[in-house]
Design a protein around this ligand. Structure first.
Ligand SMILES: [Zn+2]
Length: 333
């Protein structure tokens, strides 16, 4: 069961409380904040679904600390660490039930701890809100240029929802927006169980923020996430501030399965281009040195398509077939 302590989501003002969720002897306490006058738009900002992603949990706390409750119309509901057991384990998933929380939506109120956390968000928080911003990062295994992720129009209820989502994505103000087509296997989308899919199925705007990664933060990745959160408050009308996008709104790019790059062999991974580089199909972007080699014949990894080198593996050792990079192409809106 889930119990809200020290907070009443129907009351205006600034409140900080806890959600306590129990499953037998296992329990978790999740911080939750509600700010606003209750008269206007409702926005939910979530962070920390995966325990090894840090920009969102830190940037959201920094923004919450400085928010003037008198300056917020409507209601901001913020959860800066949705998955404390995974955070303590420095892991993507919770060690209590080994479930990926962002594949457990809409959850089960009588399921395992992660499924109960998902059910609380789906049943208590999402129905109250017009839009959801979910703060993620690349975790320990990958590193991204900070980007906003959204889905292709075909995977949303309507073109209008796509357009509304794109406007919000541009307002967040990160260097890139990636429009993603989730692959389908046996009739099941790989986005099955994600908070994204649940919120989008209700016809609401959903943004996934992927800010940095490599299992840590940098001053830049935290700063752009903080600015993005402030921009969301402005864009959805919770503050009277102007949206601040250096350089103006950007056009989105597209990541699809053909852009995923896999290791042709296992070994030491030497990525030879910077994130954000423009690559041509066939151009080497990395090489792999076999552990038993003397360095004389590394295996080149060549780009499968033209595009921007947008994501890379972080640990510099990879098994054969492992995902080592992602290449994005311009998306035609
Ligand atoms: Zn994540």
């Amino acid at each position: 069961m889930a119990e809200l302590q020290g907070i009443d989501l129907d009351r205006p003002g600034r409140q900080t409380g806890t959600v306590e969720i129990r499953d037998g002897s296992d329990s978790v306490r999740i911080p939750i904040v509600s700010i606003g006058d209750g008269e206007g738009p409702n926005l939910f900002i979530n962070a920390g679904s995966h325990g090894d992603e840090y920009e969102g949990p830190i940037a959201l706390r920094n923004v919450l600390r400085d928010l003037d409750p008198g300056g917020i119309r409507g209601q901001l509901i913020a959860i800066p660490s949705l998955n404390p057991p995974a955070a303590r384990a420095i892991a993507r998933t919770s060690p209590i039930d080994n479930i990926d929380l962002n594949r457990a939506f809409p959850g089960k109120a009588d399921g395992s701890l992660s499924q109960r956390i998902a059910a609380f968000v789906s049943e208590v928080i999402v129905p109250r809100c017009k839009a959801v911003v979910d703060l993620h990062a690349a975790g320990r295994d990958y590193q991204f240029e900070p980007y906003v992720m959204m889905h292709v129009p075909e995977q949303l209820q309507s073109r209008a929802l796509f357009d509304e989502t794109l406007m919000a994505a541009q307002a967040f103000g990160l260097p890139r927006i990636f429009v993603v087509e989730e692959p389908e296997r046996d009739g099941i989308l790989s986005s099955e169980g994600m908070l994204d899919t649940f919120v989008e199925s209700l016809g609401k705007v959903f943004l996934c923020i992927e800010a940095g990664g490599a299992g840590t933060t940098t001053p830049q990745t935290v700063a752009v996430t903080e600015r993005g959160i402030q921009n969301m408050l402005a864009h959805f009308g919770l503050t009277g501030d102007a949206v601040d996008i250096p350089g103006g709104p950007i056009t989105p790019s597209h990541i699809h399965a053909k852009g995923f790059q896999f290791a042709p062999v296992g070994g030491l991974l030497e990525i030879t281009c910077e994130l954000g580089s423009q690559l041509a199909a066939g151009e080497p972007f990395a090489r792999i040195h076999a552990l038993d080699s003397d360095g004389s014949n590394p295996q080149d990894c060549t780009a499968t398509i033209d595009g921007i080198f947008a994501a890379r593996r972080h640990p510099a050792f990879v098994e054969e077939g492992g995902l080592i990079g992602g290449i994005a192409q311009p998306f035609a809106t």
